[in-house]
Design a protein around this ligand. Structure first.
Ligand SMILES: Nc1ncnc2c1ncn2[C@@H]1O[C@H](COP(=O)(O)OP(=O)(O)OP(=O)(O)O)[C@@H](O)[C@H]1O
Length: 260
């Protein structure tokens, strides 16, 4: 369980997050959506303990996040950030193995190699194993990075996967593949928290959605509860229409083209 209670954060005089609260249970995927500058990345950084809230608390599995050592944190949460520039030549397999660094001292153990192979298989990148990471397409690189962060927590029950706009710059097929992999992790019992810009993908893959605006919560709950014309207008300042679509658990959001 991740429990965020009344969390606020300021940088100088700017209030970036104000009194944000939510809970995510094991096996659930939460999508965080909101306009540019709403505070999504800041929230993720607080969850990663890259920064500390000014007030409020964050609990991982009933333990205050501050009580975790760095090593314990590395074993309980894995983070896919937006910019993963690799300036040295690494093969795909070496890069995925980096996810196992918190698990071994000098040499990877048999279990680490096994996890790497399994995750590469799950993420469909085994055929890229010996390739130079820097020669891959953006979509392939993103899958490799996702494999790396999954490898980090692959054998850690009750762990969390945090994703910052994992589908950025990817074509529709890759977007679906990445979100399906995230969904599969939630189905295996992990908590997945992902910042997403596409509302329809958010409601399709996530169990819960948190909508932020100017650092405040517009809505939090199941997609069917929170995806409404009013909430989308409130958060993004755009008019939308909702359209029922067979096979989708939540109506699709269609921008109406009318501003404000
Ligand atoms: N250290 C800082 N000092 C001042 N302002 C900051 C600082 N960090 C973030 N901000 C501001 O806080 C707001 C929220 O930033 P954040 O990156 O969390 O938004 P976001 O929702 O992730 O945006 P985007 O969708 O554009 O990535 C922005 O207006 C940003 O400029």
């Amino acid at each position: 369980m991740i429990a965020v209670k009344n969390v606020s954060y300021s940088a100088g005089r700017k209030q970036i997050l104000n009194n944000v609260s939510f809970k995510v249970a094991a096996g659930e995927m939460l999508a965080v959506i909101g306009a540019n500058g709403a505070g999504k990345s800041t929230l993720l950084k607080l969850l990663c303990r890259e920064m500390y809230p000014a007030s409020g608390d964050i609990r991982f599995n009933d333990k205050d996040i501050d009580s975790y050592t760095i090593k314990q944190l590395a074993l309980v949460r894995s983070v896919l950030t937006q910019h993963n520039i690799v300036s040295v030549m690494f093969t795909v397999k070496e890069l995925v193995l980096m996810g196992r660094y918190p698990h071994f001292e000098n040499q990877p153990l048999a279990n680490d190699i096994e996890v790497v192979n399994k995750v590469m298989e799950d993420t469909g990148i085994t055929h890229l194993s010996a390739r130079d990471y820097n020669t891959l397409s953006g979509g392939e690189q993103q899958r490799v990075q996702l494999a790396r962060v999954i490898a980090q927590i692959y054998d850690q029950p009750n762990a969390f996967l945090f994703l910052d706009e994992p589908t950025n710059g990817l074509d529709l097929l890759y977007q679906q593949q990445i979100l399906q992999l995230a969904r599969d992790m939630a189905n295996r019992g992990y908590i997945v928290i992902s910042i997403l810009h596409d509302i329809n993908f958010a409601s399709r893959y996530a169990d819960k959605i948190l909508i932020l605006k100017n650092g405040e919560t517009v809505a939090f709950g199941a997609p069917l509860e929170v995806i409404s014309c009013e909430n989308i207008h409130e958060a993004f300042n755009i008019k939308v229409r909702l359209m029922d679509c067979e096979g989708f658990k939540c109506p699709l959001v269609i921008p109406s083209g009318i501003l404000v």
